[in-house]
Design a protein around this ligand. Structure first.
Ligand SMILES: *Cc1c(COP(=O)(O)O)cnc(C)c1O
Length: 423
């Protein structure tokens, strides 16, 4: 299977006359079709809601599109809460799933009426002290420990992760919350990341549904929702098969009917907090080859770097690359594709087979819609790029301008260095 960019060479040549590379561009059509499919996949559950994980892509123009399909916001910081509020997304349309949370963020989440999802049992007292009284609705994040394994071998290691309550703490926590007057309960868990299999949500759901039945029986807590959180993955590699969200929804329905319905808990709402699955495939980083270097290896230097897309440097993550206009050319050259940071891990690809690249070629780095721009930083004084939206009618809209040097120097109150530059 080949990965096809949603922009052509001709389109990029037209775009760069207004917006120079590098930039992230997003595909409105793809975002809409996928959001619609997610909604349909869980339409069997009347209370279903996707809370888009804002950290994956905090661009309000994109979140607004998702909001048209009923998506709320999953927030975990002051800025994310503020952004949601500015978009008019408040109250129970915000899930506040944070960890190691500062007091003022809990206070602000409560002020907005967000659903607070606690990461730790000690936060029960912490939140009570801040608010005076706990909200009527609260959720707790569960971490069973051990290893989470699926039949295709994909696994993750909840036992090593900093998040959530242990099983005993869940029971104790719900008892305490109930005593303190909480009326409506939720359960949340995020046990595996970027799962490219239709099995993950159903397996997780089974585990959480069984826990919900026990929790309700033993603590009397009225469980209103179960939040499957994020973790539904995307095929970064061309040979991977993409998840089928309709099958995933059906898989969750099956265990819902097996476990919750017979227990008289068939009114529980299913929530999700997907980030990557909602946005990942619908973003691409477009960059230009500006240098070629022949030393101990063959290098192509591009005008983007790890500040635009950190995943390869941070996790060794694979991002597919297409050289525009050379889609059909044989991949008979082996390159490291590098950015300009003074860090040897600033490479978008290592030993990658690609068509022969000339200076001036445009490269599309795929699947940057989630955890792409959002993870950006300013190392080496590199500025963050623009974000563009390819609209359904083929036009292109600037949805975030590129940073300017004045943005970079804006926090240096003590040094009027910016006066040296013309902006
Ligand atoms: C990161 C995160 C998500 C989104 O995860 P994806 O893998 O992008 O779907 C959801 N919920 C929480 C609490 C997160 O930290």
């Amino acid at each position: 299977m080949n990965k096809v960019p949603f922009v052509t060479k001709e389109k990029v040549e037209e775009i760069v006359t207004k917006f120079p590379t590098p930039f992230h561009i997003y595909d409105e059509k793809g975002i809409r079709e996928n959001a619609k499919a997610v909604k349909e996949a869980f339409a069997w559950n009347p209370g279903f809601k996707e809370y888009f994980a804002v950290k994956a892509n905090p661009n309000p123009c994109l979140i607004k599109i998702l909001n048209e399909y009923g998506c709320g916001c999953d927030c975990s910081s002051m800025a994310e809460l503020t952004l949601s509020k500015a978009m008019g997304i408040t109250g129970s349309d915000i899930m506040f799933s944070s960890n190691d949370t500062p007091a003022e963020e809990y206070a602000y989440a409560a002020k907005l009426g967000a659903i607070i999802n606690l990461d730790d049992i000690t936060h029960i007292d912490f939140v009570e002290n801040i608010l005076g009284k706990l909200p009527e609705t609260m959720s707790c994040r569960f971490n069973p420990g051990g290893i989470f394994q699926m039949s295709n071998g994909i696994m993750d290691n909840p036992g090593d992760s900093k998040y959530g309550f242990t099983t005993e703490q869940m029971f104790e926590g719900y008892r305490i919350l109930k005593e303190k007057g909480v009326k409506n309960f939720g359960i949340h868990a995020f046990l595996a990341s970027n799962t490219v299999t239709n099995e993950y949500y159903p397996m997780l759901a089974k585990q959480l549904f069984e826990l919900a039945v026990k929790l309700e029986k033993e603590t009397g807590a009225d469980i209103k929702f179960i939040n499957l959180s994020g973790g539904v993955g995307i095929p970064y590699r061309p040979e991977q098969k993409k998840n089928d969200i309709l099958m995933i929804g059906e898989g969750v329905r099956k265990v819902y009917e097996e476990i919750l319905v017979p227990a008289g808990m068939g009114d529980i709402a299913i929530y999700t907090e997907m980030g990557r699955f909602m946005m990942g495939p619908y973003g691409q980083l477009v960059t230009k080859a500006i240098h070629e270097k022949h030393t101990h290896k063959e290098y192509i230097g591009v005008d983007a770097c790890a500040v635009n897309l950190m995943r390869p440097a941070m996790y060794g993550a694979y991002h597919h690359i297409t050289v525009l206009g050379k889609e059909e050319a044989p991949c008979d050259y082996m390159y490291d594709v590098t950015g300009s940071l003074c860090e040897n891990n600033d490479k978008f690809a290592i030993d990658r087979m690609l068509p022969k690249i000339e200076k001036g070629d445009y490269l599309v780095i795929h699947d940057t819609g989630a955890h792409g721009y959002a993870m950006g930083y300013n190392y080496n004084g590199k500025l963050k790029s623009a974000e563009l939206l390819l609209k359904e009618d083929g036009s292109v809209e600037l949805i975030r301008r590129a940073e300017r040097l004045s943005d970079y120097f804006a926090t240096l109150d003590c040094l009027p260095v910016y006066q040296e530059f013309e902006f």
